[in-house]
Design a protein around this ligand. Structure first.
Ligand SMILES: *Cc1c(COP(=O)(O)O)cnc(C)c1O
Length: 405
């Protein structure tokens, strides 16, 4: 059984269950070859277009892989103090950009020691912190809300949905920006896309340009945010490159992109085991030792059904619902089809498990956290993290001197 779909392509002809037979379940496995494939694409886009690409760390922050990623990227993007520090500590001599809905006074000085670019979410925050940032030689930006969305459905990932708290609207910008505010400003930032192609970026940028274009001449850079699915097979990279080149030429602006997903698309797996199977009268069920709610929360938030090795909906005839040990009724990963019935002890491999997973896990229900392994380029395997009872308990109360594992 061989699965040649993109999430499993880096495994080539290898049988993953043989390859991963010594790895305990549940475990995440990050694939260096697949990461390089994504990296090469991003590097080429930067070389051809002249843009600078940052890793949005909220999607992926397994810093053991940062040295590899640093061969391809211009730096990191952070959502706050901790991610900024991580980017500064682990990505080498690269740029550190930060955007946060609001900054805290007591941590701003420390933040400035890590960050090169600071992006504010309101004119008030720009006025409050911008002068200090400028004095420290930082590049200062403001997030704008173009109030234009090419997304349909999931409003939880739509910063342009009605009532959004993210970014300054055109009316607020025109009415609120004073001369001293403009003198602080080096760049504008917008982030409106989610898993989208370059035609949606083009449409969005046309709106940004129509509304804010007359301010571009006094700026140094523009940041197109994330949500660009650049490394996906059907992504139109030539269109992205054309747009970036035009913006750089016409306005003399440096262009930044800060994708999260695209940097690590299809670059990880989650190995899990079937603990039990039964039929509840209407549905075949398998209980796994992993959980959507705890280990892949985007499966429930987006929601989506993650790719599963060897699951084929066209030809396979054994339907089964894959769920978790937890007591949350909706903790279901999805309905799948297999070539033969699943049995207790069978191992399963989910694909595209590097993004919004390892950095988003939790121990709800006291679920153990999956270990994290790296599949090296020579296909040898290293463990980079494993967890136990102490990791569950440490966030819940007083630290005991000695904590028994
Ligand atoms: C989430 C986010 C990103 C990364 O988004 P992806 O969809 O993972 O590419 C980049 N910038 C900002 C400001 C974000 O909020």
């Amino acid at each position: 059984m061989k699965d040649t779909r993109p999430p499993f392509r880096a495994l080539e002809d290898l049988d993953p269950f043989l390859l991963f037979q010594t790895i305990p379940t549940p475990s995440f496995i990050l694939d260096r070859r697949a990461l390089r494939t994504d990296g090469e694409i991003l590097k080429e886009v930067q070389e051809k277009s002249g843009c600078r690409i940052l890793l949005a760390q909220k999607a992926f922050s397994n810093y053991d892989l940062y040295p590899l990623l640093s061969e391809y990227l211009a730096g990191t993007e952070a959502s706050g103090l901790y991610e900024a520090r991580l980017g500064k500590e682990e990505m080498g001599e690269k740029e550190v950009h930060v955007f946060s809905g609001a900054y805290r006074e007591e941590e701003f000085a420390e933040l400035l020691s890590y960050a090169d670019h600071i992006v504010f979410n309101s004119i008030h925050q720009l006025e409050k912190f911008g002068p200090i940032a400028k004095k420290k030689g930082k590049s200062v930006g403001l997030r704008i809300n173009p109030e234009f969305s090419t997304q349909i459905g999931h409003d939880i990932y739509n910063p342009c949905a009605a009532g959004s708290r993210l970014g300054v609207t055109y009316d607020n910008f025109v009415q609120g920006m004073k001369e001293k505010d403009f003198s602080l400003l080096d760049g504008l930032h917008f982030h409106t896309l989610c898993q989208q192609n370059s035609d949606d970026l083009e449409k969005t940028f046309a709106v940004v340009e129509a509304k804010f274009g007359r301010y571009f001449s006094s700026l140094r850079w523009i940041n197109f945010g994330g949500g660009h699915h650049i490394t996906r097979e059907d992504y139109d990279r030539e269109r992205l490159i054309r747009l970036v080149k035009r913006v750089r030429k016409q306005y003399g602006l440096e262009v930044y992109l800060e994708p999260g997903e695209a940097v690590v698309l299809n670059a990880g797996y989650l190995l899990t085991k079937v603990l039990d199977t039964f039929d509840n009268g209407t549905t075949h069920i398998a209980i796994l030792d992993t959980s959507a709610a705890c280990h892949m929360p985007d499966v429930l938030e987006m929601p989506y059904r993650p790719p599963l090795y060897g699951a084929d909906f066209e030809t396979n005839s054994y339907p089964i619902r894959l769920g978790s040990q937890t007591c949350l009724s909706g903790d279901v990963i999805g309905d799948y089809r297999f070539a033969k019935p699943l049995q207790e002890g069978d191992k399963l491999l989910f694909g595209d498990m590097a993004l919004y997973t390892t950095c988003k896990t939790n121990t709800f229900n006291g679920m153990p956290l999956p270990s994290i392994y790296v599949l090296n380029e020579d296909r040898s395997i290293d463990k980079i993290a494993s967890f136990g009872y102490a990791d569950f308990k440490v966030r819940l109360g007083r630290k005991k001197e000695e904590m028994k594992k």
